[in-house]
Design a protein around this ligand. Structure first.
Ligand code: SAH
Ligand code: SF4
Length: 365
């Protein structure tokens, strides 16, 4: 009986907007179509933002009809859009199964930046992060990760504008490794958006096995490590996964990480008053990073209800930054963008049916 049941289940049609080009070529060939059609379909979906197969006018009409029968095209649906006084825009998107995520546009950093999610929620449970409080609801697919970029580029009229991508929205990208990397390959495809991996920054808490795997990828984004403390004692309190992958192992992996000339690993450091912001912490951090091609991005905590920490005073932030600079480190202090619309780092969380869901927002300087 079970066998019979299995025979009758037809798999759902593949999604044209979720496949890498090579997989799309295979899917087309398996249905008796020419492989080169994948290039045309990529141009329509990613360059022109057209997802209605019937409107892909350089494809033969009969082929378009077959495509519509044999494939689907799924896009996140834009539910709500909110603009901050500083120009940051938060987009609430609904996925095919009803889950909601947010993506953020941060203008003039000086680049234009899209902050993109890789998961609904996050399993890592960092103590200062609202997304961490949600737990992991599910991974996003490559199509949903790239879909955020498509929807933002169209909504902002930016399909012909260069932009950067930071994987600093909701979720831990290396905890959803395969779909995240597949999304980067789709974004980089020469017949699609042709987005250079240099324009992409992946931010991670440092899942070591995945980090080692990333080091061997042909498509290599810029790397940002969420460090937040120079010792295992403090980091272990803030970032639970540190108990598995500790500070010195992460730093060693960073030293081995293949970097292009002039490229550096960014170390993100959320500053928490009285927890990790002392001059001694700054000196320990400087020592830890000596010998790493690094730059440090200090992120004063974005406080929120339910987060048991406080943002340090401006004086404490400046003092911390100065000690790092005095030790020859490159330091920047992240400006908090979009705070009035709860789009800043760590301010985002799915709060229930009435409110916007939310996700981590990344903010480049
Ligand atoms: N999961 C990945 C990427 C998403 S979080 C990571 O942790 O790196 C993006 C950045 O926002 C991380 O550096 C994270 O530590 C920071 N962040 C999280 N909560 C924050 C808060 N409340 N205030 C300031 N930054 C926060
Ligand atoms: Fe997850 Fe990053 Fe938030 Fe930690 S800071 S809980 S890894 S999203």
């Amino acid at each position: 009986m079970v066998e019979n049941l299995r025979d009758t289940v037809t798999p759902p049609p593949p999604d044209l907007a979720a496949l890498e080009r090579s997989a799309l070529e295979d899917a087309l060939a398996a249905r008796g179509h020419q492989r080169f059609r994948a290039r045309q379909i990529f141009r329509w979906i990613y360059r022109r933002g057209v997802t209605d197969v019937a409107a892909m006018t350089d494809l033969p009409v009969e082929f378009r009809e077959q495509l519509a029968r044999e494939f689907t095209v799924t896009s996140p649906v834009l539910v709500h859009r909110e603009r901050s006084v500083d120009g940051t825009e938060k987009f609430l998107l609904r996925l095919a199964d009803g889950q909601r995520i947010e993506s953020v546009f941060i203008p003039d950093t000086p680049a234009m930046t899209f902050c993109i999610s890789t998961q609904v929620g996050c399993a890592m449970g960092c103590a200062f992060c609202l997304t961490g409080k949600m737990g992991l609801i599910r991974n996003l697919t490559a199509g949903e990760i790239v879909g955020q970029v498509r929807v933002l580029a169209t909504a902002l009229g930016m399909r012909d504008t260069k932009f950067n991508i930071v994987l600093m929205g909701m979720g831990e990208p290396l905890h959803n490794y395969d779909e995240t990397m597949s999304a980067l390959r789709i974004l980089a495809d020469e017949h699609g958006l042709a987005l250079s991996p240099r324009r992409v920054t992946l931010s991670t808490v440092g899942l070591l096995p995945a980090l080692e795997r990333l080091a061997r990828e042909p498509i290599m984004p810029n790397l940002a490590i969420s460090l937040h403390a120079p010792t295992d004692a403090t980091r272990g309190e803030l970032v639970p996964i540190n108990k598995k992958y500790g500070v010195s192992e992460i730093i060693d992996a960073c030293k081995r990480f293949p970097l292009k000339r002039r490229n550096r690993i960014t170390f993100e450091y959320v500053l928490l008053a009285g927890v990790n912001d002392s001059p001694a912490d700054a000196r320990r951090l400087a020592k830890l990073l000596s010998g790493v091609k690094s730059k440090v991005n200090l992120i004063p905590l974005n406080a929120a209800a339910g987060i048991p920490f406080e943002r340090p005073s401006d004086e404490a932030i400046d003092r911390f930054a100065k000690i790092l600079a005095d030790h020859q480190l490159i330091v920047s202090v992240r400006k908090s963008r979009g705070r009035d619309i709860r789009a800043a780092c760590g301010q985002l969380i799915v709060e229930g049916p009435r409110k916007s869901p939310a996700q981590q927002l990344a903010v480049m300087l």
